[in-house]
Design a protein around this ligand. Structure first.
Ligand SMILES: [Fe+2]
Length: 151
């Protein structure tokens, strides 16, 4: 995981600084995925789990990515454990600044409910993630108004 303020690329934010605006990050062993994710589920009360994979082989990749690369939030936590590949989450901090978070294999990230964010693939265009859910009810992305700043 690497994180920095998007308008200050030389900055570096660690997991403690992410936690200050509600984003949780942990490194987990991919080889111990089942037990590690069971622990995270117990800790946070998540019930459901599935896996999502995006790559250049994914049909309609651009259309899928276009749903998530615009600023939005969910009414439930967004929980991703990267099993393979890498990706970029931009998350708004408490001052409404973008924090850019690169995630790669072994990174668990929890973006809290009702927190604006967006997701992009990297140049690699490949990511496979386990997703954990409290339930499926809050999963529709709710987009920020078009007039709001996206930079
Ligand atoms: Fe999202």
């Amino acid at each position: 995981m690497r994180a920095f303020l998007l308008d200050q690329p030389a900055s570096t934010l660690d997991a403690d600084q992410l936690r200050q605006f509600g984003v949780l990050h942990e490194r987990l062993a991919v080889a111990e995925r089942a037990s590690e994710l069971a622990r995270i589920k117990r800790q946070h009360g998540y019930k459901d789990e599935d896996e999502v994979s995006l790559s250049t082989d994914t049909p309609n990749l651009e259309a899928i990515c276009a749903k998530f690369d615009k600023e939005h939030f969910h009414s439930l936590d967004e929980v991703r454990f990267v099993v393979e590949g890498e990706g970029i989450f931009d998350v708004r901090d408490k001052s409404d600044r973008w924090v850019r978070i690169f995630v790669e294999e072994g990174d668990l990230i929890i973006i809290p409910a009702n927190t604006y964010h967006r997701f992009m693939l990297t140049e690699m265009k490949k990511i496979r993630c386990a997703r954990l859910f409290l339930n499926q009810d809050g999963w529709t992305p709710l987009y920020r108004k078009a007039l709001a700043s996206t930079t």
